[in-house]
Design a protein around this ligand. Sequence first.
Ligand code: AMP
Ligand code: ZN
Length: 495
Amino acid sequence: MQPLHLYNTLSRKKELFEPLNPPYVGMYVCGPTVYNYVHLGNVRTFLTFDTLYRYLTFIGYKVRYVRNLTDVGHLVGDGDEGEDKIGRMAKLEKVEPMEIVQRFTNDFHTVMAQFNTIPPSIEPTATGHMVEQIEAVQALLANGLAYESNGSVYFDIETYNKRGGQYGKLSGRILDDLLNETRELDGQSEKRSPLDFALWKNASPEHIMRWNSPWGAGFPGWHLECTCMSTKYLGKQFDIHGGGMDLKFPHHECEIAQGDGLTGHDPVRYWMHSNMLTVNGQKMSKSLGNSFLPAELFSGSHHLLEQAYSPMTVRFFMLQSHYRSTLDFSNDALKAAQKGYRRLANGLRISRKLTYAPANESASDEAKQQDIRQAVQQFYEALNDDLNTAVGIAQLFTLLKYINMLYLNQLQVSALGEEVFNLLKESFATFMHEVLGLLEEGMDNQPVLEGLLTLYREYKDQKQYDKVDQIRSYFKAQGLAIKDMKHQIDWAYEE
Ligand code: AMP
Ligand code: ZN
């Protein structure tokens, strides 16, 4: 197995990844709250964990990947007061809450497929795990870490910390600072301390999503679902828990307290957080009005966009930065990504045409062979170094250089030898497809393009240049170019 190192938010350092029960790996990622179309910021987080899932699988682990859908309990404002996000939408539109959930779940799945992410092994919902959540609240009440107040139940942070818990340890927040930041309780509150968080909320009459419980009709607090579903499918302690940086506090902090409160130990070995996609330095978010939907990006229809960008261009753009760095959206950066992605896509297409059939035995070129072996090795090293896709992609470009040299007859396959030739061709394709999830776009059209290219050659031989030009224009309109080279005629993605 590759020596994979991952940055653990909890220990604040890179650690050698050692799963509890190799080759099995349990990985939980907080999924979306399905009340909104997913924007490009959300996509970044899910792409990060898709890439991690791909790499873990690629190097031989058997991963159970659980990513939930939040369909109740996430309140407007992310706190413990206010309306449920889904319930609010349902009321506004005068539809069933589950219609809202279905619509945005469908959208989420469509978007995830457009970006070529692999579906999780299990995709559980909060409303589908009401029994588990009520049982968890009962267990926390029974061991004195929760209290009931007016039909709601809250987690008792003070008692948890007195018993050795360290609420704040994940996000590095100090309890006293947190208390100072929070408004004083006005005496009206049901909570004993402002830091306590809801495990179960009493449903007010206008709240349409409600379930019967020992404390009356209500609904679970937002943080509880992830504790219950991760425990159910991955066990009381599991390997990796991921999500966007903005979920570190309070969501994941609360998950640690709940899991620890229920079992007496940390629920997660490696906490991983991906950084935010920003626009002009500000987090992309629907509420700030600076978010784009993937569909707007693919059509170029948003006022901040200078042109349309394809899903793989965006995937490449995101993988070009390390997941723990912020990534700022800009047209220039995306245009550069389009160029880079198309160069790689051209490499994939032509690498498929290359075969090991030495025409003349040119001398073995040890230096080039060594360079290729090293680039392959460094690709693994980059991904083993906390999933550094940015450095990994740089190694792909080294491999691409040799693929292009072979294609242009500047290098003979015999100079590489069969073993290195195969290593080059196979590594390039598998790194791109399997690890980075980068596909060639517009592949459905390839037979038509090849047919047109045959006609192009015939028309050219017959000197029918108006027809030749027509075919050229057809390719150009699709972002493709005909390469009329000395030794062959081919097409390529325009770079
Ligand atoms: P939500 O549906 O708002 O809970 O978000 C779903 C996921 O997207 C969470 O893991 C968030 O951390 C993540 N997320 C939200 N906004 C951004 C952003 N601008 N950049 C990266 N990830 C984000
Ligand atoms: Zn969660």
